[in-house]
Design a protein around this ligand. Sequence first.
Ligand SMILES: O=C(O)c1cc(=O)[nH]c(=O)n1[C@@H]1O[C@H](COP(=O)(O)O)[C@@H](O)[C@H]1O
Length: 320
Amino acid sequence: MDRLIEAIEDKQNPSVVGLDPTEALVPAQIAASFAEEINEQVEDPAEAPAMQLSVAFFEFNRAIIDAVADIVPAVKPQIAMYEALGPAGIDAYTMTCEYAKQQGLYVLGDVKRGDIGSTAAAYAHHLSGVGLGDTAYDPWHEDAVTVNPYLGTDGITPFVDAATANDKDIFVLVRTSNPSSSELQELELASGERVYEHVADLVESWGAETIGKNGYSHVGAVVGATHPEEGKALRARMPHTFFLVPGYGAQGGTAQGVAGMFDRDGMGALVNSSRGIIGAWKKSGKYSESMSADDALDLVAESAREAAKDMRDNLRAVLP
Ligand SMILES: O=C(O)c1cc(=O)[nH]c(=O)n1[C@@H]1O[C@H](COP(=O)(O)O)[C@@H](O)[C@H]1O
């Protein structure tokens, strides 16, 4: 986790921009501006809409990355939004990750993978690259991925091994931000612990052999901004586990609510906002359907930059 920590210290900003584009979040004229070019390229006209949106997603992301790269240490592309477009969407995802890396950003691939050990080892190629040894080729350009711990240790170990071998990281779901999370995560065990507390102890143990010079391991945890008190308690319970904290902004999480998830040095957590930043242009009052695609992209970028600055300043105000 040392590379992420250094990136956060460099920008003095523990926030990450979630790149979760959807057709509703990307100004319509951007995809429309590629219609002619795409229609000439595609063999099957039915493919055109997905191709157009994929190109639009990448241009949308590139404009936002250019606008926030000097403000934030990291971006978190959510692969689901790209998978929704099929293979062309995956191309937009990997191009987005590659471009963000080229701008010096830490790329957190939100892929939430989890399976039995042999399958997890295949998924772990997101971190270990394709091919063997020196010939390993990295088509994903991710510094970290999110993973689901529901299958237990043998489903996680391949990810820990790949992360450690490649100086990358994983973030394991512990206390998720969604309303239904309590149905499972708050269940009380015979020991009196809650399920999420038991998972927290497993996550801390999974990283124990990989603690870096800043005191945090390659194995992080996902702790929702919508659970301030539980997050504060988990901060103390998981001293060597860095937190990815989603749920700020669109889901109601606040800077005050996440303050307890940081350690006494103001480190230990990276707070995510996706829709609150990439959708800020919708609240600017400056968008018009008649504006050009270039002007729409400029508005997206300018709005994202302002929203990223606000988030940075809100977090700085609550940190030691
Ligand atoms: O793993 C995640 O990042 C995640 C875990 C969680 O508990 N809650 C959660 O919202 N997320 C992700 O964080 C992002 C939140 O998006 P916004 O609500 O738009 O900021 C989405 O990409 C979610 O998939």
